[in-house]
Design a protein around this ligand. Structure first.
Ligand SMILES: *Cc1c(COP(=O)(O)O)cnc(C)c1O
Length: 492
């Protein structure tokens, strides 16, 4: 199971095991002139810090690191976030001294290798998305979205088309889409999904007018579905003068099979920290490159890397660029990992990613749909969204099913998202897990369903084997305890 029981208490004790005068570090001899101390009023007589030995410190932090679920220890079928295996060679390459030690302000003539890598990655991603150009400057998926919609805005304004204030976004889009559109100053108009989970074309036609800047489509949608109306969606939007944004965060569903540019999208972003395997979670680090077609290329976020006729690599700013959107040239270490991943797999490998991602999700769907309700019963893409409605009837919620999975040694899937599915359980098996792992996961979900009948309390109070059981999630979010405090100070 997750860890050797009692780890949590051990970690607490370690921090509270301070013994006055115990020293865990030897400070080096002073090798600079001694400075005089400030006025005594500003000085404290004592500082309540834990006084512990070096082994205690090492044990403390190592124990903490083992409390977590991670993709390196467990199957992690978190829908919409592609928590897949990250080959260690990516890290090795990113740690090469020439990459890890380079300074972002080093002049271009001294950074030709790094710039060439960025240039080649731009070219790969442009090819993968079927677009014309790519900027690597954006640091996350949502950041790429913001850059993309700002580019759409700049395009309309440059044409004097200033009345386009609306952004249409389906209710099956990722939650960051409306946030990005609003941040860029647009009024978000929600487009409902139809009974099959596709964009409702009639509803789209109603909002398609000269005030529509464009639409943002998550493909595959957060229902795990490929919108079979996508060509018509692009057509309707283009006919009214709008542009189509593609949320390509989960490109592992489409790699090598469908290109957003060829489907009619004008601009999109990719999540290198999902599809192209950089470890992520807990908020970072990431890279969300923006790729766009010809009409938006002049507006791309700066900088982009160009290759001169003489074969030199330079940083440049596109003619009508929305400008810089982050420091320097993007999240370089992540970009090196993505480049390594693409190069180690090659074209055939990339194609097998989408094949296996979709096959695995459909396998899980097929093996579980007799006991977990399936709101949209059709071939899914990289993830499958069930509803725990049938378990709910026996008093066990989707959240409880998810918590119980932890006892079986699996990370919980995404729950209660997308919002349009009641008791949603959103499962993304990813392309990198074996059939044996998927079978064990399927068995666990079947066992939990049986428990919902035979022993519902067991599921309702899960998890039973983790270092902490049910967290008070609201308090954890509102009043997080992020640092240790000495007992005396905490008592005031
Ligand atoms: C993860 C995700 C995002 C947001 O990406 P971040 O890097 O977390 O900002 C956007 N859209 C979809 C579909 C995603 O899965």
């Amino acid at each position: 199971m997750l860890n050797k029981g009692g780890n949590r208490d051990t970690t607490r004790m370690l921090m509270d095991r301070s013994v006055s005068g115990r020293v865990g570090v030897i400070t080096p001899e002073l090798d600079v002139p001694a400075a005089s101390l400030p006025d005594a009023v500003y000085l404290r007589d004592s500082l309540p810090l834990p006084e512990v030995s070096e082994p205690e410190v090492v044990q403390y932090f190592t124990s903490l690191s083992q409390l977590n679920f991670s993709i390196d220890t467990h199957f992690y079928p978190l829908g919409s976030c592609t928590m897949k295996y990250n080959p260690k060679i990516n890290d090795e390459v990113a740690f090469l001294p020439g990459f890890a030690g380079i300074h972002p302000q080093q002049p271009a003539e001294q950074s030709q290798g790094a710039l060439e890598l960025l240039y080649r990655l731009q070219e790969f991603l442009t090819e993968v998305t079927g677009m014309s150009a790519t900027s690597l400057a954006t640091l996350a998926g949502a950041h790429g979205e913001l850059a993309g919609v700002l580019m759409m805005r700049a395009y309309h304004l440059a044409r004097g088309d200033s009345g386009r204030t609306k952004m249409g976004i389906p209710d099956s889009a990722h939650g960051t889409n409306p946030a990005s559109a609003a941040m860029a100053g647009f009024d978000v108009v929600t487009i409902p999904s139809d009974a099959d989970g596709n964009t409702d074309l009639a509803a789209l036609r109603e909002i398609a007018g000269d005030d529509l800047a464009g639409v943002m489509i998550t493909l595959p949608s957060t229902l795990g579905l490929f919108d079979s109306h996508i060509l018509e969606v692009c057509q309707v939007v283009h006919e009214c003068g709008g542009l189509v944004y593609g949320d390509g965060a989960n490109m592992n569903a489409l790699l090598g099979r469908a290109k957003l540019g060829e489907l009619g999208f004008d601009v999109c972003h990719l999540n290198l920290h999902k599809t192209f395997s950089t470890p992520h979670g807990g908020g970072g680090p990431g890279a969300g490159p923006v790729c766009c077609g010809e009409i938006l290329t002049p507006y791309l976020a700066a900088p982009v890397v160009e290759r001169t006729d003489a074969g030199e690599y330079t940083l440049s700013e596109p003619a009508e660029s929305i400008g810089k959107i982050s420091g320097f040239h993007g999240n370089f270490g992540v970009l090196v990992r993505a480049y390594t991943y693409i190069r180690t797999l090659g074209a055939a490998g990339l194609l097998s990613i989408s094949g296996n991602a979709v096959l695995n999700a459909n396998y899980i769907m097929h093996e579980l749909k007799d006991i977990y309700a399936l709101p949209y019963d059709r071939t899914c893409m990289h993830e499958v969204v069930f509803s725990a409605d049938l378990q709910r009837e026996r008093g066990v919620s989707g959240l409880e099913v998810a918590k119980r999975l932890l006892d079986y040694g699996f990370h919980a899937p995404t729950m209660y998202f997308p919002l349009i599915v009641h008791e949603a359980l959103m499962i993304e098996p990813t392309e990198s897990e074996t059939k044996e792992t998927l079978d064990a996961f399927i068995d666990a979900l079947r066992a939990i369903d049986a428990e919902a009948t035979s022993e519902p309390e067991l599921v309702q109070h899960a998890p039973h084997t983790t270092p902490v059981s049910r967290l008070d999630e609201a308090t954890a979010a509102r009043r997080p305890v992020l640092r240790w405090e000495p007992v005396e100070a905490a008592a005031d």
